[in-house]
Design a protein around this ligand. Structure first.
Ligand code: AMP
Length: 282
């Protein structure tokens, strides 16, 4: 496994691999790996000739007062884990290399980024789509792997790739969870023991939605009330949003007649966690 720090070097290396006829799979990450990240790398390892993982805590996707400075970082541990799953190249650029002096070009996906996390984190998705576009241009992957855990991010990146005619297949993989249902997240290490004990209520509330929908309940308002009540049983949980929306457009749904995505963002102390569960009516 090779670690590459410079943008010119990764571009040259990936260009020469492409010319050799190799397929390139990219897993963009912010590091502090857990099984969710590793599941994406393992899928890329199966599908592609060369697996590239980027580790970059992107300042542009953090708002003022958010946790950029405190975001978990563990480069040495990450490199060891990436090597174990057979990653070929790890790209670890500096913020100065990605956003050099004079940088003034941003990529915005509009409608899809307005609700859910876009509403609570203005500018977040602009940061995501700008850095993802830069990574795609530098690495020119055949496939890029994303987790369903960040559902809004995944549909936004799909839209970006379609709208800008990027010849990249976006592969979306299921959310990896702890045994008690909590979605794995780099931020979970920031939870206090009490918050960690309370956090599985998020997945429990999503499962409750699924049960209610399967039992024939159709009113989003009634289901959302039940979802809120479930989360609020935990005094440490502070709801940012709970929604039932169309899984493709992310527009809120009042009456459930087809596929629906239940999604939430909840704070425990300073730690904001997100999760979601797509539900299909059979
Ligand atoms: P991050 O480092 O948090 O930006 O995540 C990098 C990639 O890993 C994104 O595509 C995430 O959606 C994905 N990811 C994060 N957590 C999980 C999880 N629990 N299961 C599956 N994928 C995940």
């Amino acid at each position: 496994m090779q670690t590459v720090h410079e943008v010119d070097a990764i571009q040259r290396r990936c260009e020469s691999l492409r010319r050799e006829g190799k397929t390139i799979g990219l897993v963009p990450t912010m590091g502090a790996f857990h099984e969710g990240h590793l599941s994406l790398m393992r899928s890329a390892r199966i599908e592609d000739d060369v697996v590239v993982v980027s580790i970059f805590v992107n300042p542009l996707q953090f708002g003022r007062g958010e946790d950029f400075d405190n975001y978990p970082r563990d480069l040495q541990g990450d490199l060891a884990q990436a090597e174990r799953v057979g990653v070929d190249l790890v790209f670890t650029p500096s913020a100065e290399a990605i956003y050099p002096k004079g940088f003034q070009t941003y990529v915005d996906v509009t409608g899809l980024t307005e609700g859910l996390c876009g509403a609570s984190r203005p500018g977040h998705f602009r940061g995501v789509t700008t850095v993802v576009t830069k990574l795609f241009n530098l690495i020119r992957p055949h496939r890029a792997y994303f987790g369903q855990k960040d559902y809004q991010q995944s549909v936004t990146v799909r839209r970006l790739v379609a709208d800008l005619n990027m010849d990249i297949e976006i592969v979306l993989l299921p959310t990896v969870r702890e045994a008690d249902g909590l979605a794995m997240s780099s931020r979970n290490v920031r939870l206090t023991p009490e918050e960690r004990r309370a956090a599985p209520v998020l997945y429990a509330s999503l499962r409750l939605v699924e049960e209610r929908v399967r039992a024939g309940e159709r009113s989003a308002k009634d289901i959302l009330d039940a979802m809120r009540a479930t989360i609020e049983i935990e005094p440490l949980a502070r709801i940012d949003y709970v929604v039932l929306c169309d899984p493709e457009t992310l527009q809120p749904i009042d009456w459930i007649e087809g596929p629906v995505l239940s999604a939430l963002a909840v704070r425990f102390g300073d730690t904001r966690l997100i999760d979601n569960l797509p539900i299909t009516l059979s």
